[in-house]
Design a protein around this ligand. Structure first.
Ligand code: A3P
Length: 321
């Protein structure tokens, strides 16, 4: 006779096996189409567990993004802003831990433990979390609580180039199909990429930001590069930790910018030699850190194809990428 657990397990496996699949570059199990987006098949159970169990508090701060949009950088900034009263810059955990360790992903880290529901009750408030899951598929309690969501997006051409380099850095390369950049662009434009289609992902959060500006704040990697200080002040205010006049005059903002700068983070021992995420060494999260690097990798024809798609998908939204 089968136990209830076994029946649940069988039902789950049947459900997962029935999802539409595509090859994808990450892992032998490829991508599954779940609730309108593509995600690594292996993490669908994590997402379901998160959706069923995560209880959000009003003070939570959740950083959402598509991969390769500047998530790591924004995590470092957010962590520094929120914890600046309790830890000095000279002793911040960021010097010893990769930002992904300090602002963990729901789907890759917290709910990745074989469906064991994590105990999040010991995390001090405000709790900092992150996710690549599209807005519509976030847990209900995130939408209902007063928690805040930061979203960062990036020009798709740079994101594609960044993602392609990242994919080629994965260990367990035997599990991963190596794609040319052109093939990579192709699946991207079909929407068959991790957490894609990118237009649905970005527009989903964009619309929430317009409708609920106190709940969702939208950032662009390019703005962050161009005027980091203004963006960081805006971020601090939004999450309820604005910089005081005194802090401004003491240069605290500049200290945080310096700490979280590409070069500084990249050169830390932990980010040169450590590994926190599955498949990827910490150093994979720091490549070049520039705007417009795509011109060095994509032919004008290929870039044109992507730009047409961007125009088609975003022109009526008011969002320029
Ligand atoms: P490139 O591959 O173009 O260099 P994510 O953090 O979402 O995975 O995105 C990674 C991208 O952000 C990479 O882009 C990486 O180099 C860049 N990046 C990481 N840390 C950064 C920082 N402190 N400042 C600017 N860019 C950073």
């Amino acid at each position: 006779e089968m136990s209830d657990d076994q029946i649940d397990q069988d039902q789950k496996e049947l459900f997962l096996s029935q999802l539409t699949k595509t090859k994808g570059w990450l892992g032998s199990s490829g991508l599954s189409f779940y609730q309108g987006f593509w995600c690594p098949s292996k993490i669908v159970p994590n997402i379901i567990s998160f959706q069923n169990h995560f209880k959000s508090h009003d003070q939570d701060i959740i950083l959402a993004s598509k991969p390769k949009s500047g998530t790591t950088w924004l995590k470092a900034l957010l962590f520094s802003i929120v914890n600046r009263a309790s830890t000095s810059i000279s002793n911040t955990p960021l010097l010893r831990s990769n930002p992904h360790e300090l602002v963990p992903f729901f789907e890759f880290t917290l709910y990745a433990n074989n469906n064991k529901i994590p105990d999040l009750s010991n995390i001090p408030f405000p709790r900092l979390f992150s996710t690549h899951i599209p807005y519509d598929s976030l847990s209900k309690s995130i939408k209902e609580s007063k928690c805040r969501i930061l979203y960062i997006c990036r020009n798709p051409l740079d994101t594609i180039v960044s993602h392609w380099h990242f994919a080629n850095q994965a260990d367990h390369l035997n599990l991963i199909s190596k794609w040319t950049l052109e093939e990579f662009v192709d699946v991207y434009c079909k929407g068959e990429e991790v957490f894609g289609p990118f237009w649905d992902h970005i527009l989903g959060y964009w619309k929430q930001g317009l409708e609920h500006p106190r709940k969702v704040m939208f950032f662009k990697y390019e703005d962050l590069k161009k005027d980091t200080k203004t963006q960081v002040r805006k971020l601090a205010e939004f999450v309820g930790y604005p910089f005081s006049m005194e802090e401004e005059s003491l240069g605290i903002v500049d200290e945080i910018l310096k700490l979280c700068s590409f070069k500084n983070l990249k050169d830390l021992d932990v980010n040169k030699h450590g590994k926190f995420m599955p498949y990827f060494e910490n150093k994979s999260y720091f490549r070049k850190g520039e705007v417009g690097d795509w011109v060095n990798h994509l032919s004008p024809t290929v870039a044109d194809q992507v730009e047409k798609l961007i125009h088609e998908k975003f022109s009526s939204s008011g969002l320029t990428l």
